[in-house]
Design a protein around this ligand. Structure first.
Ligand SMILES: [Zn+2]
Ligand SMILES: [Zn+2]
Length: 171
């Protein structure tokens, strides 16, 4: 059986006006419970007719891609960035047609884009880890299907570092 060398994925807003195209394997597929992600997701959920951004347990699920491997393939003019604080370097980018959370990126620095997992269709890459779980609500019991980490685990940092090096080497 041959394993495809590229996995191409498409993410779409709820109404279909905005699409993201991702090429190749993602860096990681994770759920984050940190305060910023919860606040950012809540902020988007409060927009008119927005759907849920957080999972029922309060986590926000992302698929992380190198920023050279994901792009807005349709409806880019409909995207709008939100910040949780004026000084924040992260942007949570929303499709304004239907207020769907599409992805999170940085003003500068890190080389990856965190796309909201809920927006992808097809065979999603399996979830690999839950991170920053020390910030989850106390009454939430996490499933043990994948490892949970209280903060940012070395395993995640290693994946991010390796993908950054690969990008610099143009692999
Ligand atoms: Zn839309
Ligand atoms: Zn987070």
């Amino acid at each position: 059986m041959s394993v495809p060398s590229r996995i191409d994925m498409t993410a779409s807003c709820a109404c279909g006006s905005v699409e993201l195209a991702a090429i190749g394997a993602p860096i990681v597929s994770s759920v984050c419970y940190c305060r910023d992600c919860r606040q950012g997701s809540r902020q988007i959920e409060a927009l008119p007719s927005a759907g849920p951004v957080r999972d029922p347990d309060g986590g926000t699920a992302y698929i992380l891609y190198r920023r050279d491997r994901i792009e807005c393939s349709k409806g880019a003019s409909l995207l709008k960035s939100y910040k949780i604080r004026e000084s924040s370097v992260t942007n949570r980018v929303v499709a304004t047609c239907c207020n769907s959370a599409m992805f999170m990126n940085f003003d500068k620095g890190p080389h990856w884009v965190s796309a909201y997992r809920a927006r992808f269709q097809g065979d999603l890459p399996p979830l690999q880890m839950r991170i920053c779980t020390k910030y989850k609500a106390p009454d939430v019991v996490l499933s043990d299907d994948v490892p949970s980490y209280p903060g940012y685990p070395l395993r995640l940092l290693a994946k991010l570092l390796a993908s950054g090096v690969a990008m610099l080497l143009r692999r």
